[in-house]
Design a protein around this ligand. Sequence first.
Ligand SMILES: [Zn+2]
Length: 54
Amino acid sequence: MPTYEYQCEECKNKFSVVLSISEHDKGNVACPKCKKKGLKQLVTPFIAQTSRKS
Ligand SMILES: [Zn+2]
C-alpha cells in the first residue's frame, strides 16, 4: 500500500501514513498529535516502489 505524507496545518507536525487508495480518497486522515483534519499532503516520490509485486 502506498505511503502518504502529511503536514498538519495546525501544529506543523509532519507524519506519514499507510493508506489504501479508498481510505485516502475518503480523506479521513487526522493529525496524530492534535487530531485536527486540516492536513496538507506532501509529495512522496517513492510511492510506486512498494506496491509492485505482480
Ligand atoms: Zn496537528
